[in-house]
Design a protein around this ligand. Structure first.
Ligand code: GLC
Length: 435
């Protein structure tokens, strides 16, 4: 057993470039963010109606997986259990699971999800929360819903986090034993030193590698699934880092060394279904985030929070379809692409695959675009969406600008002549064939 994943798993993950994150659980019923239990300081009793009324009768993970594939995604990561503690599979070590709900007797939503992903040719990942606001031995700490309830804290004083850690390890073993090959294990999250949101120390400090027994847990994961990739949230280094809800300004590094990375992003700022949220990103913005990630040698894991009926809501489906239409025409500038050594012009990104360099124009220049360092190095250029030629302007570098005559550019700069009309796609791409 090694402490690093097989190179084949790493390269496949890099080639995938684009995946679906799915946050689904009891929190989909209150429909106001997956941290609702924490934010509204709900007790288990307050939260019980969501367990009692969990009835996702329209759940059809084949539709989820088909929507992901249609968007150009190549893998999907499902929350098997989020911080609320509710399990989407029939766990042998818990009765806080879908199988114990009135609707879910005998059901295993994780199994159905895995089968659907495989049927659609998607890689499979499991998100699994380290935090558990329902487990009787999980201490009431600074992120717990009862972090301001001193009476509850007094009652919970004897809780033993190691008993909870045994449960965490047992459930991880179930998940990585019962569903065949799993490609990604996405733990979330550690907070070794953290105070309450009011800045006060609050009950107990955070939790990290000691509380989770992270080294032991990671070793078990690798033993059960030798080809799996493990993320970086166990409070020990993982196989890839996970910038969340921001785009890095360059390739991610650890101690100055480039590291595998995946930006996890939402459609509207919420991971769980958030009915009244209007903060939706446009398809254009999301495509730019995908391109930006790939240009910096990263992946994009884009989240959908299904409803309490088990469906992707119409806006999510429409957004995925718009992204899919862009990917239908531009996939080869993303799939298997890597960063380029060339510096792109303003408000543009390069990705590259062999001798094909892809210029993604985030804004459409008027008439020309100048590409430093590419003078004499491009033998042909075309718009990727319709394969229409883009003419390369050859001009005399000694030429001075005069009225309508553009001044010459340095020999190492390539100038392309652009149509005034911007192509009607989310992000126009010019495919450059290098000599
Ligand atoms: C943060 C949030 C959690 C979400 C995760 C996704 O950890 O607390 O709710 O599942 O980000 O990356």
């Amino acid at each position: 057993m090694t402490d690093t994943p097989p190179a084949a798993s790493v390269e496949r993950f890099r080639d995938w470039r684009f995946g679906l994150f799915v946050h689904w659980g009891l929190y989909s019923l209150p429909a106001r963010h997956e941290w609702v239990k924490n934010r509204e300081r709900l007790t288990d009793e307050d939260y019980q109606p969501y367990f009692d009324h969990f009835e996702p009768d329209l759940y059809d993970p084949r539709k989820w997986a088909a929507a992901a594939r249609g968007a150009g995604m190549k893998y999907a990561v499902l929350t098997t259990k989020h911080h609320e503690g509710f399990c989407l599979w029939d766990s042998e070590v818990s009765d806080y699971t879908v199988a114990h709900t009135a609707w879910g007797a005998g059901k295993d939503l994780v199994k159905q999800f895995v089968e659907a992903c495989r049927a659609e040719g998607l890689g499979v990942g499991f998100y699994h929360s380290l935090i558990d606001w329902h487990h009787p031995e999980f201490p009431i700490d600074v992120v717990h819903p009862q972090r301001y309830d001193e009476e509850a804290q007094a009652k919970a004083a004897g809780r033993d986090v190691q008993v909870y850690a045994d449960y965490l390890h047992a459930q991880t073993r179930e998940l990585l034993t019962n569903y065949g090959p799993i490609d990604i294990m996405w733990f979330d999250f550690s907070y070794p030193n953290r105070n309450r949101e009011d800045g006060l120390p609050g009950p107990g400090n955070g939790k990290g590698k000691d509380e989770w027994r992270s080294v032991e847990l990671m070793a078990m994961v690798r033993e059960l699934q030798p080809d799996i990739l493990i993320n970086d949230r166990l409070d020990i280094p993982g196989d890839f880092v996970t910038p969340e809800q921001y785009q890095p300004d360059g390739p991610m590094e650890r101690d100055g060394v480039p590291v595998l990375w995946e930006a996890c992003q939402t459609l509207n700022g919420s991971w769980g279904y958030d009915r009244d949220n209007l903060d939706w990103k446009s398809p254009e913005t999301l495509v730019k985030m995908l391109v930006d990630s790939v240009s910096k040698d990263g992946n994009l894991l884009l989240n959908v929070g299904p409803t309490g009926r088990g469906e992707f809501d119409p806006r999510a489906l429409a957004t995925l379809a718009d992204i899919g239409e862009w990917m239908r025409l531009h996939e080869r500038s993303i799939r298997g692409a890597r960063p380029s050594e060339y510096t792109p012009p303003t408000d543009a990104r390069y990705t590259q695959k062999g001798n094909r360099l892809y210029l993604h124009l985030f804004s459409w220049p008027m008439g020309q675009v100048h590409l430093p360092g590419l003078g004499g190095k491009v033998k042909y250029a075309q718009l990727l969406n319709d394969a229409s030629e883009i003419k390369r302007i050859t001009n005399d570098p000694k030429q001075t600008a005069q009225n309508t005559r553009m001044g010459g550019v340095s020999p190492d700069t390539l100038t392309l002549k652009l149509p005034i009309q911007r192509p009607n796609v989310e992000v126009p791409v010019i495919e450059l064939f290098l000599t």
